[in-house]
Ligand binder design. Structure first.
Ligand SMILES: [Zn+2]
Length: 122
């Protein structure tokens, strides 16, 4: 980038030595175009660096989110959770209810959400 800038400066210097009138105005505008392009290029480079930086941050954030997501519930924990719940049928209405095994074990009365009677006994 700096090299390009100094090349433009050199060219500018060389062209300023051209005394032929008809070329001079042409060269002057050529140099100003080159300078404008160089400025634009610098601007784009800065923007690109900023974007790369942002993408890096976003990538890090994403990795964190992924880590959190997969950390929170592992396969083992998932099957543990499945084992905790069990399917029971209400002995009054016959509807299927998912209940925690500990709840079933520790409570002699569990109200059925369908018929409101105790699913465990008549
Ligand atoms: Zn019921």
């Amino acid at each position: 980038m700096e090299e390009l800038k100094s090349q433009i400066e050199d060219l500018k210097l060389n062209l300023s030595n051209v005394e032929t009138k008809e070329y001079k105005s042409c060269f002057t505008s050529l140099v100003s175009i080159l300078e404008a392009m160089n400025d634009k290029l610098e601007e784009l480079t800065v923007n690109q660096e900023t974007m790369e930086e942002n993408i890096k941050f976003m990538d890090n954030d994403l990795t964190d989110i992924q880590d959190e997501l997969f950390e929170e519930v592992s396969i083992d924990e998932l099957s543990d959770m499945e084992q905790e719940y069990t399917e029971v049928s209400c002995c009054h209405c016959g509807n299927t209810i998912f209940a925690e095994q500990s709840t079933l074990k520790n409570n002699s009365e569990i109200p059925c959400p369908y018929c409101n009677k105790n699913i465990k006994a008549n």
